[in-house]
Unconditional design. Structure first.
Length: 402
């Protein structure tokens, strides 16, 4: 927790010489499990754990002051601008009145102009929020509305799941209405009956949809996708083709979701009346500047340059494994199906089981690595799971052939 006293700094303490313009992190006084920083991600101002922002390695957490009192992103050179209706945005620095900030003696940052508006946060928690559980959910197909309705995918129970009708002839769609526009961070799906081909779409109005992800060679029992703070009020999953082995129930094709989780930013940066903001109980309106020494604003550039190659290799392996899984039933017909089915059962059981034993220090180091991976769009868990499925598919094929 960040003590309120730490957030209260004087204007003199945060003032700097314009000639030097050193970089600093803008840390919020809001109560949270870890220090929270304002960062510039995907052209948006977001409040997130400082460690996660730093892990991105692109300087998103670094800011600088200008002689005119503006606060600019050290990476993009754009300014933090405030508007009572639009909230906080990262924009050009031409409109000085909307992007000039004055540090107050009580730790607030007051927006320039006659109105008394200060930087603050709107929302119930500084942490990420899981928004699927409180959303309205529907599906275009259901096997049994009472036992396996769409709501079973978001009820938090490990013993229930949504299932489509058997042998669907058209794409099956499951849709979440989030009840308002959110900045989405990720979506996690645990499949009961996974599709081979599916797509994830996002929409702000439920009319115009943007495809966030698509694959025609899924071989995994779970899917975790980063959504890059995309603004959306609705999310849908369009399932086209069932998995040839695991997407079956008594020989019939079917789609099923055991758990669907969507994570969104917990707080939204806003400006509000300074006096009203000062009444917050968790110091969400208090900010202080923590200056940094040398900082590589592009320290992750080399890592990110390799991501496209990793994604291409992963897609190629997934496609090959998918083709092998599809041909396994035909291979099994030469030797009988018992070996194949037992291999498939072992594969599914293995892909759904997770064990962990590690020391506290190892867990901490692993957490840092996970932050770096996540902030640079490296899906290590998905790659590892894919490699395990590839091995299982090869073992199953060998069991049938030899």
């Amino acid at each position: 927790m960040i003590a309120f006293a730490l957030a209260v700094v004087s204007a003199d303490a945060v003032s700097i010489q314009a000639a030097d313009s050193p970089s600093f992190m803008l840390i919020s006084g809001v109560s949270a499990a870890s220090e929270m920083c304002l960062s510039a991600e995907s052209g948006t101002i977001v409040l997130e754990p400082c460690t996660k922002a730093i892990a991105a390695g692109d300087g998103r957490e670094l800011w600088q002051n200008t002689p005119s009192g503006q606060i600019t992103s050290a990476a993009s050179k754009k300014c933090i601008a405030g508007d009572a209706e639009k909230g906080i945005t990262l924009t050009g620095c031409d409109d000085a009145a909307a992007s000039q900030w004055e540090a107050q003696g009580n730790g607030q940052l007051r927006l320039g102009g006659a109105a008394q508006f200060c930087l603050s946060q709107k929302g119930s928690t500084a942490s990420s929020r899981e928004v699927a559980a409180s959303s309205a959910i529907s599906s275009s197909s259901t096997a049994d509305p009472a036992a396996h309705g769409a709501n079973k995918a978001v009820d938090g129970s490990s013993s229930s799941f949504w299932a489509s009708a058997l042998d669907p002839t058209e794409p099956v769609i499951i849709t979440l209405d989030l009840g308002g526009v959110h900045q989405l961070q990720s979506v996690n799906v645990d499949w009961e009956f996974p599709p081979k081909s599916f797509a994830v779409g996002l929409s702000e109005d439920g009319v115009k949809w943007t495809e966030a992800f698509a694959t025609d060679s899924n071989v995994l029992a779970s899917t975790s996708l980063p959504l890059g703070l995309a603004a959306a009020s609705q999310l849908r999953i369009v399932m086209h083709e069932a998995h040839s082995l695991y997407g079956k129930f008594k020989g019939h094709a079917v789609f099923g979701v055991a758990s669907l989780q969507v994570y969104a930013v917990g707080m939204q940066s806003i400006v509000e009346d300074c006096a009203a903001a000062a009444k917050s109980k968790d110091a969400r309106d208090k900010y202080f500047q923590s200056y940094v020494g040398d900082a590589g604003a592009s320290s992750s550039s080399a890592l990110r340059s390799e991501v496209p190659s990793l994604e291409a290799a992963t897609a190629s392996v997934a496609s090959t494994v998918s083709e092998l899984v599809d041909v396994l039933p035909k291979l099994a017909s030469c030797r009988g199906t018992d070996i194949l089915l037992s291999a498939a059962a072992r594969a599914k059981a293995g892909s759904l089981s997770h064990t962990s034993s590690q020391t506290a220090s190892a867990a901490g180091a692993k957490s840092i690595v996970k932050d770096v991976d996540a902030k640079n769009s490296i899906q290590v868990n998905a790659v590892n799971a894919l490699m395990k499925e590839a091995r299982r598919a090869v073992i199953a094929a060998r069991a049938v052939l030899f």
